[in-house]
Design a binder for this molecule. Structure first.
Ligand code: FES
Length: 133
């Protein structure tokens, strides 16, 4: 393996690069034939792929940054969203939202289903049941 890599880096790659039809002058680009342009496609694709990979890795705006916030809409004017619900107020059972997308907060309205469908996530409510006496 090391011998292959050594031979590739020391001989094959330099030979390949030195045989690429890169003109000495700007006007030489206009005199390249179809096969010349075709032979430039693989190294150009490799350089473009590496460049794009580095761009994604090091450019802060190169890819969407995940939001650190879970709550995007519920009572944003409050420092902390806290809900107190008396167990006596729950008839038989209640489903409470854990995805922060419900329009009926703090109860689940099924919005987690759309979120899961769009993101592949697996969020769901917590269901509280009143024990039968
Ligand atoms: S709507 Fe949020 S868990 Fe169901």
């Amino acid at each position: 393996m090391a011998g292959f890599f050594h031979g590739f880096v020391r001989e094959s790659l330099p030979n390949y690069l030195s045989n690429l039809p890169i003109p000495d002058t700007f006007g030489g680009w206009f005199r390249l034939g179809f096969k010349d342009w075709l032979s430039l496609v693989p190294p150009t694709a490799i350089v473009a792929g590496l460049g794009y990979t580095f761009y994604l890795a090091f450019c802060p705006h190169g890819r969407p940054q995940p939001s650190a916030q879970a709550n995007h809409k519920i009572r944003k004017n409050e420092a902390k969203v806290v809900d107190n619900i008396d167990i006596e107020d729950i008839a038989e059972k209640a489903a409470f939202c854990r995805c922060w997308k419900s329009a009926n907060w703090p109860y689940c309205d099924g919005s987690h289903g759309q979120h899961n469908k769009e993101t592949g996530d697996n969020l769901g409510p917590v269901v509280v049941r009143k024990k039968a006496a």
